[in-house]
Design a binder for this molecule. Structure first.
Ligand SMILES: Nc1ncnc2c1ncn2[C@@H]1O[C@H](COP(=O)(O)OP(=O)(O)OP(=O)(O)O)[C@@H](O)[C@H]1O
Length: 350
């Protein structure tokens, strides 16, 4: 089922928290809504579910307007961070519960629940109670229950937040697998960029109730449409520079002539910054203040009169106090105007 928002706004009291949202989530896709705390992710999901209604605008499922339609009529399944399983029911009974409410005959609902238990790989635990399961297993049950009534849309609100780091990775791969096997249109809310980038067909970045960008994960990372997206994605964070900063050798950047008037800020990801021995090629010279080694990755932080740069693309033994000259390939530079909008991404990308 395709989901389409047309000029949606949402107020809580006299505060507008979503502003003019326009987007289309294609049928059968997995789309993440990503953004910092309070940006409006859960509210967007609630509007899709029909548990709340917008102040303005229209919502369509395929061509059908559902703006005012009640949640129970929408054929939407939901999975939350806290699993929300019934503690006194077994795994199988939890999965069967929505089918019981829908008055499906007992034999049929058991068959369907067993099928789902298999899909989410919980079939060895169907007689256990939720508290006898790990967090990841409980979330599998919650997903199976949400899928029981064959929803047109599956909504997931931070479903992995309560799991430890390793289990989060395992479960996000599972969510992707289950989504691909069922083909159900899935909308996944997270504030974790790695999670969003790793499992989604498309990512929608929200900030303060405004859509910043909707695109494929790699495009979002490589061609952010503005400084917010550039800075929100990436770890370590992107380095940003003011083109008028006197601590920078701007001539080393070779800013294309067509952009020179408009460019106010430059963004360079840490992995694109290398060492150079040629002063003409160096846009920055700084003293190493910090060398961090995590497994195979080395991240180096430098400082020049308060201008800090981070790079993780320099091989060799380095120590604090040493001076390095840094360079970047022109193709890896991101250009932004005075209000932080990306400039001529397509041309620059070539
Ligand atoms: N029921 C409510 N009444 C009043 N304000 C609300 C209500 N629910 C959310 N808000 C406000 O609306 C804004 C968006 O909230 P929302 O929960 O959608 O954000 P979020 O991106 O999901 O945040 P988080 O990641 O912290 O869950 C926030 O400023 C929040 O304080």
């Amino acid at each position: 089922m395709q989901v389409h928002f047309e000029d949606i706004a949402m107020d809580y009291g006299d505060k507008e928290v979503l502003h003019d949202l326009n987007f289309v989530i294609p049928e059968h896709s997995l789309v993440s809504i990503l953004g910092p705390s309070g940006c409006g992710k859960s509210t967007t999901l609630m509007l899709i579910s029909g548990l709340t209604f917008p102040t303005k605008g229209k919502i369509f499922f395929n061509d059908k307007e559902v703006t005012k339609q009640d949640a129970v009529k929408r054929k939407v399944g939901m999975v939350f961070q806290n699993y929300a399983l019934y503690p006194h029911l077994s795994v199988l009974e939890n999965i069967m519960f929505p089918l019981k409410m829908a008055k499906m005959p007992k034999k049929k609902r058991k068959e369907r629940a067993l099928e789902l238990a298999k899909l989410v790989q919980i079939e060895d635990h169907i007689h256990k109670k939720p508290k006898q399961l790990s967090g990841g297993q409980q979330q599998r049950v919650a997903i199976a229950r949400a899928l029981a009534k064959e929803p047109d849309i599956l909504l997931m609100d931070e479903p992995l937040s309560n799991l430890d780091a390793r289990l989060r990775i395992e479960m996000r791969e599972e969510i992707r697998r289950i989504q691909q096997e069922t083909n159900v249109t899935t909308i996944f809310v997270t504030h974790d960029q790695e999670e969003a980038l790793s499992i989604s067909d498309h990512v929608m970045v929200l900030n303060e109730g405004h859509i910043q960008q909707i695109s494929e994960p790699q495009k979002l990372y490589e061609h952010p449409s503005n400084l917010f997206v550039a800075e929100f994605l990436g770890n370590p964070a992107i380095n940003t520079f003011d083109v008028e900063d006197s601590r920078i050798n701007v001539s080393a950047w070779n800013i294309p002539e067509t952009l020179q008037q408009q460019v106010k800020k430059i963004g360079i990801r840490p992995e694109n910054i290398e060492q150079t021995l040629d002063p003409a090629k160096a846009f920055y010279t700084g003293e190493i203040t910090h060398v961090e080694r995590i497994g195979k990755d080395t991240s180096i932080k430098l400082n020049q009169d308060g201008l800090v740069v981070v790079t993780n693309n320099i091989a060799g033994e380095f120590h604090t106090g040493e001076t390095l000259q840094l360079t970047v390939d022109a193709k890896d530079i991101l250009y932004f105007d005075g209000v932080g909008q990306a400039l001529l991404m397509e041309e620059v990308a070539q």
